[in-house]
Ligand binder design. Sequence first.
Ligand SMILES: [Ca+2]
Length: 163
Amino acid sequence: MKLTMKLSVAFAFFFFLAATTTAFAQCTFEILVKTDGRWYAGTNARVSLQVRAASGPTLTITNLESWGQMAASHDYFEKGNLDRFRGTGDCMPSEPCNMVLTSDGSGNMPGWYVSYVMVTQLGQGSLPSMTHRWAVDQWLAIDEPPHMLTAERKGCGIGAVVP
Ligand SMILES: [Ca+2]
């Protein structure tokens, strides 16, 4: 293979990589998590969140608190809290509508009763701002029914619900 040929193959490969790694524009996501007001509803466990639209990329946040927007010493996910989070990820082509919320069950009395999760992808380019709110209304706990540390909610096609 001639040198010029090798170079053009290398360049083609480089541009292919560049195209695949920048396939999605970056969007800002705002997230609200409401912890219920009942006794022992709060937790200090690590919380992770996955969100996706009907198609396209999945937004994965392995430690939601790292996206926290509350005051520096704020205790997240306590009884009655409405906690705010913000960060960036790959833009979704349509409304975020599928959600998986997970607690790692760590800490003292980790049981967590979640009222709802709301995610907004802020407008970007030709994409409008899109919001979805999922009712959770269950324990994420081993020692309370339904004895699961994960809550999955599918809301595609149901439509945005703004409180
Ligand atoms: Ca906490």
